[in-house]
Write a protein that binds this ligand. Sequence first.
Ligand code: HEM
Length: 410
Amino acid sequence: MDRPDLRRARRPGEADAPRVEQDGRVWRIRSLAVARQVLRARTQTTQAGFTAEAIPTGGLTHRPILISDGRLHDEQRSKVGRFFAPAVVAERYTARMEASADALLDRATAQGRCILDEIALLYTVEVTAEAVGLTESPVPRMARRLVSFFNQPPFDITRDDLGRTRGQWARAAVNGLLPIVRFYAADVRPAIRARRRQPREDVISHLIGEGYSDLEILVECVTYGTAGMVTTREFICMAAWHLLQNPPLRERYLVAGQPERFAILNEVIRLEPVVGHLYRRVTEPLEVNDGASAWTIPAGHLVDVCIRPANADAAAVGERPLDLCPQRTLPSGVNQAVLSFGDGAHKCPGQPLAILESDVLLRRLFARDPRILTEPELGWDDLIAGYMLRGFALELGGTKPSTSAGQTLK
Ligand code: HEM
């Protein structure tokens, strides 16, 4: 009998074909090979996702990392890279992750149940805040402020005016600016002040050293807050959902060593990418090819890299692309998560942090014998073009944080 596909986050109305589609000045790419060519075309494209083209950058000397391009961007990346290298992340943040996960799960276990998406939010905000240097304000309040950025009217990135009415633009300005002002006053400014007095090993201290203004630091903190914390929260819930409903895979995950556990998590995020679309503006004619077919994308056109179909491109990831199969063989040079953390110049620097962080929380969660009370409700967000899982209620039984193999979780 045919097994059903395992992907849960399918956006209504989103097509799986054709592999390369031109619709006026917008190109939709679903072939993994072509998607990688576009994302790696560093001199012929610029960032057009996350409403980058509508963000005013006039008053900024340092362009925000997410929407910067070219040589300056390469320099910014190599400098912050040292905070996110796998060995650095493991050495610096593991103890903090373990302590945070234990504290949150101890509280939940005492109550016998939890809403996993709420725990995952507090956890990811605490861990990422440590790496970024946002440590001067209480985590639950900062988490609430970060989440409020997402309360935005819908938009269509393929339209010049984002397809919004005047009223929606006004609402976007109010809904967007107020939370940013609050985030600055309560979280970012105190963190900058503390680090101007005494620098530490974190991103904010580094940006101060590079001569960034308070406004420029704020913009980077918003990027890390949304690109780092909110995405990892969704992934943790999605991974828990898959593993809880797939006992053989969960058993394997619990006894496996770290490389195999990471392979399982990367395969889950390949199947269920949190960020569903990446966008680039072509600045010089860009030639791409998919096997024997070739296209030239003219300058000025917008490319929509559709991550869900590209990550499930059977020509690259093999048979049954919508199955969860951590041992699948990928073409050389393709990341285990395929395009879920991007590729090329803007590839996510936070992948090692996100995967380790998820692993630490999930192992501790599974050691407490969780059972699903209510499956999460799946929603969609335009800004990261991704899914949201809410109301994921779990009953927690065990209180001993140990693996099924009986080892202590250290
Ligand atoms: C599961 C969690 C995560 C997912 C799915 C994710 C996904 C992505 C993707 C797809 C991009 C590429 C954007 C593009 O090419 O246009 C990106 C960029 C970025 N991510 Fe992540 N990310 C995650 C976690 C993190 C974490 C934990 C951090 C850091 C604390 C982080 C920081 C960033 C930054 C700074 C960028 C911008 C890089 C640049 O434009 O050069 N992310 N992320």
